[in-house]
Design a protein around this ligand. Structure first.
Ligand SMILES: C[S@@+](CC[C@H](N)C(=O)[O-])C[C@H]1O[C@@H](n2cnc3c(N)ncnc32)[C@H](O)[C@@H]1O
Length: 220
């Protein structure tokens, strides 16, 4: 990892409290990252041609509508993670009991994991707007070490983060911007880039945010 990292060391910042507050203070559908139809994610997930019992891991899922879409598509083995309990409470409230029972919820920190380390054989790792909050080298290394520990060979990775022209802050926090080459470097030679595109997301406020969407497959 040769690029510069955010200068601000943030080790004493309480991320769990920050994100819990974000979901407690603002209705889900007014949050800056709320996406009613996660079309670009669904496009990349379709390209994976996964069986319906594939193990799908949604990193930092928040209260994302993607979970409901995955269940509607027939996926039955979905792990939903977030650092914020309040985010997952919002998500559970949004789902009927039937849908809820098909999911495994794990409240844990992607950059300092404990429960998440018990996962293995993941077929698809999906992250929209989470990795870009990890600005220090230690946070990024912990994230990618976890990903490489739990993803199976042949498994897929979708990373959708603010691109190099994108916002420099979100939810009051600094972000680390990416392009597909930087993501390839972080993942390493055992991951093959299958697709990537830039995407302009329109927030509930009407403002826009520029993302890079990438789909990788692990080859070894
Ligand atoms: C901008 S939101 C995106 C939420 C969701 N992925 C979506 O697309 O709607 C970032 C999410 O990452 C979660 N998050 C931030 N840091 C985290 C960490 N260290 N471990 C797990 N989740 C984290 C936040 O609680 C929040 O739900």
């Amino acid at each position: 990892m040769n690029e510069s990292f955010c200068k601000k060391e943030v080790s004493d910042f309480d991320y769990e409290q920050h994100w819990n507050n974000a979901y407690q203070k603002t209705p889900t559908n007014n949050l800056g990252w709320y996406e009613e139809n996660p079309t670009p994610s669904l496009e990349l997930i379709s390209a994976c041609n996964l069986p319906k019992d594939a193990l799908i891991f949604n990193a930092g899922a928040g209260a994302s509508k993607l979970i409901e879409h995955l269940i509607t598509m027939g996926f039955s083995n979905i792990v939903v993670n977030d650092i914020a309990t309040s985010a997952l409470t919002e998500l559970k409230n949004d789902l009927s009991d039937r849908k809820y029972s098909q999911l495994q919820f794990i409240v844990d920190d992607l950059t300092n994991p404990s429960e998440l380390l018990k996962l293995n054989n993941i077929d698809l790792w999906h992250d929209r707007a989470v990795l870009h909050f990890f600005c220090t080298k230690a946070q990024q290394e912990a994230y990618f070490n976890l990903l490489k520990k739990v993803l199976k060979i042949g498994g897929f990775v979708i990373l959708a983060e603010f691109n190099l022209d994108g916002a420099k802050k979100c939810s009051g926090l600094d972000v680390f911007n990416y392009d597909e080459n930087m993501l390839q470097e972080r993942l390493g030679a055992d991951f093959k880039l299958l697709k990537s595109f830039n995407y302009i997301f329109t927030q509930p406020s009407g403002d826009t945010r520029e993302y890079v969407y990438t789909l990788f497959q692990r080859t070894a």
